[in-house]
Design a protein around this ligand. Structure first.
Ligand code: TYD
Ligand code: MG
Length: 468
């Protein structure tokens, strides 16, 4: 490479994010366009030398892969670093990609720091120098956490720093192949910007520095980000655009289950989930989530339906519980946990309209067991079945599962991956499946009893006819 010695000098300036005006100092209202709270402090690097172009600036992509323009044939390798935690590998699409930046977001106390420390301690194939920067907790506190974790197989380098320049300088000395964890982006800052750590300009500057470092040195950087009240990571999607992969760690703190969900992935799937359970000795992988989310009912209870769902490519069974109770208030309640309450209101309206059921003096409550959140439309059929079961006070047949989307006309529509859902249900001992009348035939149908239902009205008749 021809020397690219850029001595940069940084200046700060104040820019209105609405009209682009550059102001001499920060102000609450932009002088130029009059917008409120739109002025943001920005750092501009003044370059004092010309930027030269290295010899191997252009690369070539062809059917051999990617290679240098100069070297004939030999392809450049991009590796994935496989972690000791399979659920994480699955979500990432096979491990961390070299030179990528991964953002792990989640509410405070959900277990982000625990997960990432565990990733390093359980070892990553072929790498020794893994580094954990803790800006939130002291080295002793992280040590205390590490002593709680069961699976300690590799040593981890740990440092306490909340200054981005210090972090970047220390990393430029490190062996190339490593995974670096920054916990968390909201607590590190640069001296170049005067605003407090955690503000948009600080977070954006620090992330940009880390992204540049990761690409330049081909190291993987994992950034922890806290979620703000509106559910986004530190500011309006700023960080999500800058990084390669965004993972959300979520779960209800009153339950043990934690779900790692991917919302952006430049090198892998965006619909996979990883399931963990928080124990006294750290996070444990849940390799059979279906069994975990089902509660055990030996006797028949009304208002309970099992939903055969798909998360990513993986079938997961979960239990939908409904309660329908009499009320005297003018506006009966429609309340749900783990399911969109607008959709619940809509489905109750479909039931009252298409099946002539009277919900005008009934409260309807819906709960997804185990703290799971379901957004897949195929859950509709399980939801309406559980509500009708509660309404008629007739328990649904034991060992049966439901899936299918309900349209406003009351028809049950087909769901994708029906075969995987049915197979998962059979594996867990369910022998009866209720699904859309359009569901295709299966060769092994004899082992399971599949009822193809046309509309919610037909289902209402089936449930009303159950005798218990
Ligand atoms: P933590 O990783 O600190 O959360 P975050 O970094 O997302 O803020 O997790 C803290 C919670 O996890 C805390 O409530 C204690 C619990 N925990 C366990 O239950 N078992 C453990 O082994 C550890 C380390 C933490
Ligand atoms: Mg933490």
């Amino acid at each position: 490479m021809v020397g690219r010695e850029v001595v940069s000098k940084a200046v700060t300036r104040y820019v209105c994010q609405d009209c682009g005006a550059v102001l001499s100092k920060w102000m609450g209202q932009c002088e130029a366009c009059g917008a409120w709270n739109s002025v943001v402090e920005e750092v501009v690097q003044k370059r004092s030398s010309k930027i030269s172009v290295p010899d191997n600036f252009f690369k070539i992509i062809d059917d051999f892969g990617i290679r240098d323009e100069a070297s004939e044939g030999e392809a450049l390798q991009t590796n994935r670093k496989i972690t000791g935690i399979n659920e994480l590998n699955r979500v990432l699409g096979g491990g961390f990609v070299d030179g990528s930046v991964v953002l792990v977001g989640g509410p405070p106390g959900i277990g982000k720091s625990t997960l990432l420390l565990q990733v390093l301690l359980s070892g990553i194939s072929g790498i020794e120098n893994n580094i954990y920067f803790s800006a939130e907790e002291s080295v002793m506190q992280v040590g205390l956490r590490a002593s709680r974790l069961r699976q300690v197989e590799k040593k981890v380098m740990i440092a306490n720093s909340n200054n981005i320049e210090q972090i970047v300088n220390s990393l430029s000395r490190i062996n190339r192949s490593s995974i670096v964890i920054i916990d968390s982006i909201q607590t590190i800052s640069t001296d170049l910007i005067h605003s407090a750590p955690g503000t948009i300009s600080q977070v954006r500057y620090c992330t940009q520095e880390l992204v540049n470092l990761a690409k330049k040195n081909n190291i993987t950087i994992v950034i922890v980000g806290h979620i703000t009240k509106d559910g986004s990571i530190a500011g309006p999607m700023t960080l999500e655009h800058m990084v390669d992969c965004v993972l959300y760690f979520e779960g209800d703190k009153s339950y043990d289950y934690r779900i790692l969900r991917v919302s952006k992935n430049r090198y892998g799937p965006t619909d996979e989930i990883g399931v963990f359970s928080m124990t006294g000795a750290g996070l444990e992988e849940v390799s059979n989530p279906s069994a975990a989310f089902l509660s055990e009912h030996e006797s028949l209870v009304s208002g309970v339906a099992v939903f055969a769902g798909i998360e990513g490519t993986r079938p997961i069974l979960s239990e939908i519980q409904a309660l329908v109770s009499n009320t005297n208030v003018a506006m009966p309640r429609r309340s749900s946990i783990g399911f969109d309450s607008n959709r619940l209101t809509m489905l109750v309206a479909v039931l009252s309209n298409r099946c002539r059921l009277n919900f005008s003096s009934k409260d309807v409550y819906l709960n997804v067991a185990g703290g799971l959140k379901i957004s897949e439309p195929a859950v509709d059929f399980a939801v309406v079945s559980s509500i009708m079961s509660a309404y008629f006070n007739k328990p649904l047949p034991l060992r049966s599962v439901f899936f299918g989307e309900v349209s406003l006309s009351g028809d049950i529509r087909q769901a994708h991956l029906s075969y995987s859902r049915i197979k998962e249900a059979c594996k867990l001992g369910f022998d009866s499946v209720y699904c859309s009348y359009k569901t295709e035939d299966f060769t092994e149908e004899g082992t399971v009893n599949i009822s193809r239902v046309k509309s919610v009205r037909d289902m209402a008749k089936i449930i009303a006819a159950i005798d218990n």
